[in-house]
Ligand binder design. Structure first.
Ligand code: GDP
Length: 452
């Protein structure tokens, strides 16, 4: 995606700067101009780019750069901090809690991916132990209910809607009431995304909202609209008291930088991004890991150093070889878990990997993380050699998952959780594929090559 190119351009600008023998005002400015150009090309707002440039100049001390051995790191850190500030408008106004009934209403224009995203959101929470339900309050678009029904059935999520009733408010209220009675703790209301007139659309949203009293209104937006995202997000925010945003189609050719920064400029927190049409192509949006990924940082150099530090010397060549071949298997994950557990203070080792630490090893929850890793290992103990050595996640069919669950005395959901973790790690580690394996101390070359 275009964002990957952005990361590459920024990394190249930083690399060029660190190659310069003397870092003076001109070299610094050239580097900043290069970074700004890359951001503008990714459709980030001009004003934001200009502010960022000014802030970096203020943060970076030329003398420290000239003397510092790691100029690249100092500049990268400044760019990182500024990009994070730019994309971080704070926390959403509400986060669902398990066991406590909550209503979340989805709004957005037709075609933005709203219905698909409702199911993704429900499915995500279902896997976290919530009891979600879907209500289709879009009576304007023919086929909306069928689509929601189809998605919900596939994901085994209860749903409510009507082919006959034309009043969206009535359906929304009935659906919410029914699922509250059924003790669902996350009731998701999908609303219409189109009307004859825009004013009518906003009026309908207002009425559904007044009748169902949602705890959170989520605005769904297609990333391909780029800079126009600002006006759209602003309009929805004002009319429907939007508390959070989900940006879809970040997998496409869209200049995701534009949508993200524009939404951030409306001070609306982005909570998830859609990265494909499938139900699990949905990622928590976390500013820091996202930006480090974007900058190709993810602190790969630190990560490689840690591998040298943590993984016993005799295992290192094999591990690195496998990673460079792109074959991250469950067995490899098992062995790394063993290493982590042996190491002591958990969290240090992989905490620098984007997207990994926040989910598997949140800070301050080291004990739980450790228990989770042990659980994963117990489940893996019930897997066959073929399963552990495969790089094909499809090998784990339903019957194999059930067998593993039975064998380890864990619920099926836990096994699926573990496999999800594996898939996520495999995706991250897969980026090492094809890379020349560096020796200790040769890491900067690697991080320069890393391009998410
Ligand atoms: P709605 O009209 O807003 O409810 O939009 P839909 O949920 O019907 O989605 C419109 C189209 O966008 C469908 O073809 C979806 O499969 C597709 N879509 C939704 N989210 C994503 C995404 O994150 N990535 C990609 N590639 N396609 C998506």
């Amino acid at each position: 995606m275009v964002l990957a190119q952005l990361g590459g351009s920024i990394s190249r600008a930083l690399a060029q700067m660190s190659n310069a023998t003397v870092i003076d005002e001109k070299v610094l400015n050239d580097c900043l101009n290069e970074i700004s150009r890359a951001l503008l090309q990714a459709d980030v707002q001009f004003k934001m780019v200009r502010d960022m440039q000014t802030n970096i100049k203020r943060i970076v001390n030329l003398e420290a750069l000239a003397a510092g051995t790691n100029k690249r790191r100092i500049m990268q850190q400044a760019v990182f901090t500024e990009l994070c500030n730019m994309l971080d408008p704070g926390k959403p106004s509400f986060t669902p809690k398990k066991g406590k009934p909550s209503v979340v209403m989805f709004v957005g224009l037709q075609g933005s991916g709203k219905t698909t995203t409702c199911t993704k959101y429900a499915y995500y929470h279902q896997r976290k132990g919530f009891k979600p339900a879907l209500v289709c309050a879009d009576t304007f678009r023919a086929g909306a209910f069928d689509q929601l029904k189809q998605n919900a059935t596939k994901a085994k999520i209860p749903f409510y809607g009507s082919y006959m009733e034309s009043d969206p408010v009535k359906i929304a209220v009935e659906g919410v009431e029914r699922f509250k009675k059924e003790n669902c703790d996350l009731i998701i209301v999908d609303t219409s995304g189109r009307h004859k007139q825009e004013a009518a659309l906003f009026e309908e949203m207002r009425q559904v909202s007044e009748a169902t009293k949602p705890d959170l209104v989520i605005f769904v937006m297609d990333s391909s609209i780029g800079q126009a995202a600002f006006d759209q997000a602003q309009a929805f925010k004002q009319s429907a008291s939007v508390g959070a945003v989900i940006i879809t189609k970040m997998d496409g050719h869209a200049k995701g930088g534009g949508a993200l920064s524009a939404v951030a400029a409306t001070k609306s927190p982005v909570i998830f991004i859609g990265t494909g049409e499938h139900i699990d192509e949905f990622e928590v949006f976390d500013v820091k890991p996202f930006v480090s990924c974007l900058l190709g940082m993810g602190d790969w150099s630190g990560f490689m150093d840690k591998i040298h530090e943590v993984v016993p010397t005799d295992q290192q060549p094999e591990l690195l070889q496998k990673l460079s071949e792109g074959s991250f298997t469950l067995r490899l994950m098992y062995e790394q878990f063993q290493n982590i557990l042996k190491m002591g203070p958990i969290g240090q080792v992989f905490s620098m990997l984007p997207g990994f630490s926040a989910e598997l090893m949140p800070k301050g929850h080291e004990k739980e993380s450790q228990a989770k890793i042990k659980r994963y290992m117990t489940m893996m103990d019930s897997m066959t050699d073929a399963e552990l050595d495969s790089t094909n996640p499809k090998l784990m069919t339903e019957s194999r998952i059930i067998r593993t669950a039975r064998g380890s005395g864990r619920p099926v959901r836990d096994v699926m959780d573990m496999l999800e973790e594996y898939k996520r790690l495999a995706k991250i580690w897969g980026k090492m594929k094809g890379l020349k394996i560096p020796k200790k101390g040769e890491m900067s070359a690697l991080s320069r090559n890393m391009n998410v």
